[in-house]
Design a protein around this ligand. Sequence first.
Ligand SMILES: [Zn+2]
Length: 265
Amino acid sequence: MWSLLAAAFTAGQGQALELHYPAEPGLTGVTVAWSGHPVPFVRRGDQWLATVGVDLDSKPGDHAVTVTFTYENASPRVIREPIIVEAQQYPTTELKVEERFVELSPEDQARADREGAETTKIYDTFTPERYWNEPFAVPVRGAKDGRNFGHRRVFNGQPRAPHSGADLRATTGTPILAANRGRVVLAKDLFFSGNAVFIDHGHGLYTTYLHLSKIDVAVGEMVERGQQLGLAGATGRVTGPHLHWGVRLLDARVDPFSLLRLGAP
Ligand SMILES: [Zn+2]
């Protein structure tokens, strides 16, 4: 019989989380229902793994998800797996930005809305293939950390959505590298984000690279971990050159550095 005594999975608000179960004999598949998606686990050695994300605005406390185990010669087993979400403190910052980025003209508003719908459609797409097998890497060579993830921002007195990525120091022209293997699903200039590259890594995981001065990849292209995507810059709504690195993981806004801490998948 299986054990029900395993420690509960725990993650902070805005953190990636790896769910794992031992590969028992006869177990042929594991699936978790995570924010409406049936997410298949992958077999890695003696474990079944799935990478999921706890959104920045998830309620702290005890949650539970449904996990289904399928067997070669037995009926499926369904469990309620407890997930503990821990509160994280993210500060609020007041920023002065160019008025045109706060009070948008009707044309700019229409463009921003159109692009918002386009990115939502990308994030809502679940690619059944998991393209990556290696740990995630920082997109700026030698970068140790990023700033501003989760900051509540007030632009010229008006509250905005929390900052959903990490800002990495990078002067204009710094090479920006793919954090892992995946397919380019967006590569163009966006109103707020400037020159942007989005990579679909499969299984609901997307990384984004914003404010670039130059884009070196095209939509549809498969990129390898460490491949150059473009050069850092200061395009879009920014106060200076840097890389905004974002992660969407099954619709959750998570700190990209929490993905790095997962180590090898
Ligand atoms: Zn940013």
